[in-house]
Design a protein around this ligand. Sequence first.
Ligand SMILES: Nc1nc2c(ncn2[C@@H]2O[C@H](COP(=O)(O)OP(=O)(O)OP(=O)(O)O)[C@@H](O)[C@H]2O)c(=O)[nH]1
Length: 327
Amino acid sequence: MSESTTPSPESTESTESTESTERPAHRSGFASFVGRPNAGKSTLTNALVGAKVVITSSKPQTTRTVVRGIVHRPDAQLVLVDTPGLHRPRTLLGERLNDLVKTTLAEVDVVAACFPANEKVGPGDRFIVKEMAKVKRTTKVAIATKTDLATPEQVGQHLLDIAALGAETGVEWAEIVPVSATAGDQVGLLADLLIGLLPEGPQLYPDGDLSDAPEEILVAELIREAALEDVRDELPHSIAVVVEEMNLREDRPEDKPLLDIHANVYVERDSQKGIIIGHKGSRLRKIGTDSRKQIEALLGTPVYLDLHVKIAKDWQRDPRQLRKLGF
Ligand SMILES: Nc1nc2c(ncn2[C@@H]2O[C@H](COP(=O)(O)OP(=O)(O)OP(=O)(O)O)[C@@H](O)[C@H]2O)c(=O)[nH]1
C-alpha cells in the first residue's frame, strides 16, 4: 500500500513508529523450576523445550547436574535451569545440592515452584516456598503440575492451597498456572507467561541450541537413568556415573562412524556392586543396552559403550570423592 502513496518524510517516519510499537521487544532470561523430588520439573523442562534434554525418572532426586534447556521464539529466548530437588540436607551431597539450588535461585529472573496436583500441598512444599521467600529480587511463579492425574475439583482446591501457601510465607505469586507436561496441557501458555516475565534482552544462544551441557554430562546422566530404572528402590542415591572418554573411532568409513564411550558407574559398597552387575552380568548388560539406545538417539551416532562398575567408598560423604565425581 505504501507503494501507491507518494512517499514523504512524514509518512516514512509514521510507518516506522507504528512498526516499532507493534513489534514486541526481544526478551531473554533464565527461569528455574524448584519443587520437591518427583514434582515433575524435568518432564516440564523437556515439554517446554520439546526435546529430551534433562533426564527424568520415576525415582526421586535423579537430577544432580544443572542442565539448561532453551526455548526459542522469534521474539524471545527462555533459558531453563534445571535444579536438583530442594530438600532438607541429610548428607554432604544434600548440602551441596541445596547450596547449588539457592545460588541458582538468586541468579535467575524467574523461579517457578512445581506442586504436583495429585498430591496435597505439604511440609516439603512449605520448606521450599520458605526458602524462595528469602530470595527477594527474583519473580516467583507457582505451577500445579500433573493436572491429568487429578479431577478438576482437586485441581481447583490445589490452586487455592498454593495461593494460601504464598500468602502464609509472604511469597507473592506473579502467576499460578495448572499444567500437564505429559498431556501437553497449558504448556504453551506457561511458556508465554514465563517469557512475559523476562526482561528485554538480546538472544543469548545460537538458534537451535537446546542445551549447553557438555555432551559427556548428558551421556553420564542417560547411563545413570538406565541404572536407576533397574535397581532396587534403596540404591538410587548411591550411584554416580563419570564418562572417562568419548572419542570417534579412527579408521572408520565416513558414512559409518562409531563413537567409543568409556564410562564408570560408581557405587558405595561391594554389595551394591553385585546388585548393579547382576547375575552373570545380566543387569549391567541391560543398563548398557538401554542407555546406548538413548545416547545414540541423543547424539545421532552409533555408539560402542564400555561400562565398568567401581566402588568409591561412601562417596556421598567424602568431599574429595564428590569433587572427583563432578559435584
Ligand atoms: N501423569 C503425569 N506424570 C508426570 C507429569 N510430569 C511428570 N510426571 C511423572 O512424574 C515422575 C517425576 O517426574 P520428573 O520430571 O522426573 O520429576 P522431577 O521433579 O524432575 O524429579 P527430581 O529430579 O527427582 O527432582 C516421572 O515418572 C514423570 O513421568 C505429568 O504432567 N503427568
